[in-house]
Ligand binder design. Structure first.
Ligand code: GRF
Length: 190
């Protein structure tokens, strides 16, 4: 059984969807630890309630980003994590995590990459006026939202969409494809 280390910063709905897919048997893995850079992340509550180990590392407690990430890597290794899952982890990934897990780290992004990288991707899509939006599960490399694509899903953009309505439509697809992409990444491991 492969071990997942899930990194979050907030709500954690993608982490919950991964958990649900594991529970239903659709995804053959275990969430070994949920790590957050924010102590108030709502997703931590779900993890604790579901008996998943959690850890919080706050960048402000460290002299450098490298020192912060080194502690995360040490934690991931202590849980024998095979694949790192960035599920709404709102921080750029630096050297320690890349050196330890490049090729074994995946992210979910709410746009059809390579369009609309970075923050507020759904608003970027609305502002641009695209008629099709979606989400992308991809491997993490140094360049933001630029790693090899594993899976994508598209949704229509409706004339009366708001950022909230479009984000909700995309999020449903995120919850579907992320677990499938994680399974594909795990199948590549060995
Ligand atoms: C999602 O839209 C994800 O694509 C983006 O951040 C959001 C996280 O949502 N990277 P949640 O914390 O998984 O609910």
């Amino acid at each position: 059984m492969h071990n997942l280390g899930v990194l979050i910063s907030g709500r954690g709905s993608n982490m919950m969807a991964v958990h649900d897919h594991i529970q239903s048997g659709a995804l053959g893995a275990e969430i070994s630890v949920v790590i957050s850079n924010k102590p108030q992340a709502q997703g931590l509550t779900f993890a604790v309630e579901n008996g998943i180990s959690t850890a919080v590392f706050e960048p402000k407690d460290y002299a450098s980003n490298n020192a912060y990430e080194q502690d995360i890597v040490t934690c991931l290794k202590s849980f024998k994590v095979d694949l790192v899952v960035l599920a709404g982890y709102m921080k750029l990934v630096g050297d320690p995590m890349l050196q330890a897990y490049e090729g074994r780290m995946v992210n979910i992004h709410p746009s059809l990459l390579p369009s609309f990288k970075g923050l507020n991707a759904q608003k970027q899509a609305l502002d641009y006026g695209v008629k099709v939006a979606g989400c992308t599960a991809h491997y993490v490399i140094r360049d933001v939202d630029a790693g090899p694509i594993i899976l994508q899903a598209a949704v229509p953009v409706l004339d009366d969409d708001t950022e909230a309505s479009l984000s909700a439509r995309i999020l449903e697809k995120e919850h579907e494809i992320f677990s499938m992409a994680i399974q594909e990444a795990l199948d590549q491991l060995n």
